[in-house]
Design a protein around this ligand. Structure first.
Ligand code: FES
Length: 151
């Protein structure tokens, strides 16, 4: 039997429809990322349908490398008494754009430079003496500076 669009979803239904496990849904609930399930008259715990959108946004955010704490912070601006609007989601995706762009740029540099000197201070490759002579990049910070920072 198909549920009405206004009926809530059990945790199992949320898990199945969102493609994550029940323990993951419980984890998201415990971290305040998806709100809390409510009890029906019969005592069942149900989530509003729009929680599916939140779980999908969490999955996307995690794929983009956005920490759960940041996802939670931005979700706190979402309404709890109604489904988020397109404008609400647009505001979130806009907020993530700069972070996603930075990650794309870093991944691109990684892809392009990983087989070359990455500026980590090891000075173990022949090209290090050309690209990072005497570990000159150390003044810019620790780690693979040629990958982490834009030139
Ligand atoms: S690869 Fe580490 S300093 Fe060049």
């Amino acid at each position: 039997m198909t549920k009405k669009a206004t009926e809530g979803l059990s945790i199992g239904e949320v898990a199945k429809r969102s493609g994550v496990s029940v323990p993951t849904i419980r984890f998201y609930e415990s971290k305040g990322l998806i709100g809390e399930a409510s009890r029906t008259v019969g005592g069942s715990r149900t989530f509003p349908r729009h929680v599916l959108r939140r779980v999908s946004m969490i999955r996307l955010g995690v794929q983009f490398g956005i920490p759960l704490a940041e996802i939670k912070d931005i979700f706190e601006s979402l309404p709890t008494d109604r489904p988020p609007t397109r404008a609400d989601w647009q505001r979130i995706s806009t907020a993530w754009n700069a972070e996603v762009d930075e990650r794309i740029a870093t991944l691109t540099r990684m892809r392009d430079k990983l087989s070359d000197c990455i500026g980590c201070g090891c000075l173990s490759l022949g090209t290090c003496s050309l690209l990072n002579p005497g570990d000159a990049l150390a003044v810019e910070g620790p780690g693979p500076q040629r990958v982490l920072t834009a030139e």
